[in-house]
Design a protein around this ligand. Structure first.
Ligand SMILES: Nc1ncnc2c1ncn2[C@@H]1O[C@H](COP(=O)(O)OP(=O)(O)OP(=O)(O)O)[C@@H](O)[C@H]1O
Ligand SMILES: [Mg+2]
Length: 146
């Protein structure tokens, strides 16, 4: 069952970070957060707000995990931040060990989650980001109870 939590537009990166901080208050680990949207749509920017809002790291310490595949942040809460942009296929996805990460009572944030295809482990939050004019982004947040 899918439920839309938020449909909104932000007008700057700062507003998107602020939205991430607000959303973090609604996430209760273990929690899987899927970020979808084209290059530069603001996935990492939103992740900064989520990670900071969870008290896992400072906003400025959250960077794109595109080369290392996964960043781990541990503070008040634990967060794994993944980027699947360079992932090659189903076999690579299996090696991510998503279930193990979630078992760690963590929030798992995945950029380019569309790469996961239909193989989704249980309940998750799906966030879609789309370019609008200039710095505007349309952001839709859905919860799927799995
Ligand atoms: N409303 C907005 N929300 C988010 N980012 C914005 C917004 N307006 C402008 N930006 C800018 O757009 C860029 C978004 O980059 P970001 O790395 O967050 O995107 P991404 O979706 O993670 O890209 P990639 O697909 O390369 O991982 C940043 O330079 C940010 O400052
Ligand atoms: Mg990114």
């Amino acid at each position: 069952m899918t439920e839309t939590l938020i449909e909104t537009e932000t007008g700057s990166a700062e507003e998107t970070v602020a939205l991430g901080r607000t959303l973090a208050g609604q996430f209760h680990p273990p929690c899987l957060v899927l970020l979808e949207g084209e290059l530069g749509s603001g996935k990492t920017t939103l992740a900064k707000g989520i990670v900071a809002g969870l008290g896992a790291a400072r906003e400025e310490d959250v960077t794109s995990p595109s080369f290392t595949l996964v960043h781990e942040y541990a503070g008040r809460e634990k967060v794994y931040h993944l980027d699947l942009y360079r992932i090659e296929g189903a076999r690579d996805i299996a090696t991510l060990g998503l279930d193990d990460l979630l078992e760690d009572q963590a929030t798992v944030i995945i950029e380019w989650a569309d790469r996961l295809g239909r193989r989704l482990p249980g309940p998750h939050v799906r966030i879609r980001l789309e370019h609008r004019d200039g710095d505007r982004r349309r952001i839709t947040v859905e919860r799927d109870r799995g």
